[in-house]
Design a protein around this ligand. Structure first.
Ligand code: HEM
Length: 199
């Protein structure tokens, strides 16, 4: 089987920075709308969720195509999800709450959409922390078990989005449908990979 072209990873790395580059550009050109904090929160949240779903797309794609080298892109996509989630969280604690940790804790406890967003974020931390090859080796079978946390993290993230939208829930429902498809497809028989498991 052909490996991925050498340029794939560097190109994906750079392409994944584009949403951030766009925000920086808009910041310098006065383009962050009339409510920049809200805009940055929404953009970083959306991209954290997009990358989480891209990450979850890799395994079904490998199963459908049998092209296992694609698995090599999964870690980068997952780490970018975490990266945008960190930016999202920093926007919230810094620009939105001005480091008022008393109020932040109150918010996490009292507003269900913040509670579930925070839960999604917390679940992503051990995944990012154990994403290295060395950790994969060290944890062995437990690595796979631990990384199943990506499923509740993604569900929490979609619920977070659904709960925070006040009027038109079409987009969060679209995300929910894509996530449901990505999770359900995992229950199908593993034909394309000859029944082989993908770590
Ligand atoms: C650390 C915990 C988190 C906090 C405190 C938080 C907070 C927020 C806030 C305040 C908003 C804007 C709400 C509004 O405008 O009414 C928001 C939007 C959003 N967040 Fe989070 N969030 C967290 C974690 C996450 C995570 C882990 C993800 C995804 C992986 C995520 C995805 C989103 C999305 C998709 C939106 C909506 C974007 C849009 O409206 O276009 N959030 N979040």
């Amino acid at each position: 089987m052909h490996p991925l072209p050498k340029a794939t990873k560097p190109l994906l790395f750079l392409a994944s920075l584009l949403p951030l580059a766009r925000l920086v550009w808009l910041g310098f050109t006065d383009g962050l709308t009339a409510n920049p904090i809200e805009y940055i929160t929404h953009q970083t949240g959306t991209w954290a969720l997009n990358f989480l779903l891209f990450t979850l797309t890799v395994t079904p794609l490998v199963r459908l195509t049998g092209y296992t080298p694609l698995t090599g892109l999964r870690r980068m996509l997952g780490l970018y999800s975490f990266f945008y989630a960190v930016l999202h969280f920093i926007t919230y604690i810094w620009l939105d709450q001005f480091f008022d940790f008393g109020h932040i804790l109150h918010d996490i406890g009292k507003r269900p959409f913040i509670t579930v967003g925070f839960a999604a974020f917390v679940l992503l931390i051990p995944l990012a922390a154990t994403s290295t090859k060395a950790m994969m080796k060290r944890l062995g079978r437990r690595w796979k078990q631990l990384h199943r946390l990506v499923y509740p993290a993604a569900i929490f993230a979609v619920v977070h989005y659904y709960w925070l939208v006040k009027k038109d829930v079409t987009v969060p429902l679209e995300y929910a449908a894509v996530l449901a498809a990505l999770l359900l497809i995992r229950l199908l028989p593993r034909k394309a990979t000859g029944g082989k498991r993908i770590t």
